[in-house]
Design a protein around this ligand. Sequence first.
Ligand code: COA
Length: 261
Amino acid sequence: MSEEVVLLDMSNGIATITINRPDKYNALNSEVVTKIREFMQKAEEDEAIRVVVLTGVGEKAFASGADINEFKGRDSKSVRPRVERGQELCTYMESMSKPTIAAINGYALGGGCEFAMACDIRYASSNARLGQPEILLGIIPGYGGTVRLPRHVGLGRAKEMVFTGDQISAEEAHRIGLVNRVFETVDDLRAGVDELAAKLVKKPGVAIKLAKQSLNGAWSMSLEDNLVFEIDAFCETFDTEDKDIGVEAFLSKGKPEFKHK
Ligand code: COA
């Protein structure tokens, strides 16, 4: 096993970022957060990359949350830069122009659940367990958990999860809309994520970016502003080569080969 705490694979238009601390259930220490941020930016800036997958190594954990060893001895002042870095990473992932998929291969707790929530699409294996257990440590989520969880699952369910710190099963997470799909095994999950990523790689990049921005507007804009944004974005797609390629392919009953321009 590699010594690197986060692995990056870039092939076939897909960047796969894998947290690699199996003996610590992929806990997120400072180095892991820094590396994920670096790799996310690398994926964002590489034009050949069309989709980003975030996952954990092995079959036990996506990520078990912030590395609790790094909390010892910290006070409000010394913890602030650390939590700000984690939160900034989530905001960055959410604002990336490319679709992000969380492949949740086991525990997604605390920061793990928060990283997954900052991705666009969440697929999980049936052994996955999700939760915000910070309350059990006498603290609260800090990578956007109290902000994104209610937006994903509703305020009542989010309060129950954050106040109790209880973990929920993949099946329950699916039922409440926290994950999109559940696969029986981790291998099935990886195959399902590969299939989704391969499908998304072929989609027109500019349209995907604009659709993502407008969809994200549901959380950050007023209804009126979001509708105006959508109109502007819709019109913008009409200046792309991909629009001509897509429309022409439909009309000639062919398959579009988008150029992401
Ligand atoms: N930070 C640091 N180390 C962690 C960790 C975390 N968030 N989560 C797990 N680990 C480490 C454990 O300390 C243990 O290390 P050790 O073998 O050196 O003692 C190893 O990972 C395995 O964990 P363990 O607790 O023995 O496994 P388990 O199967 O009994 O439980 C979890 C797995 C994930 C449920 C449990 O480890 C856990 O609750 N982790 C903390 C989750 C959390 O509170 N996250 C939010 C932090 S803000």
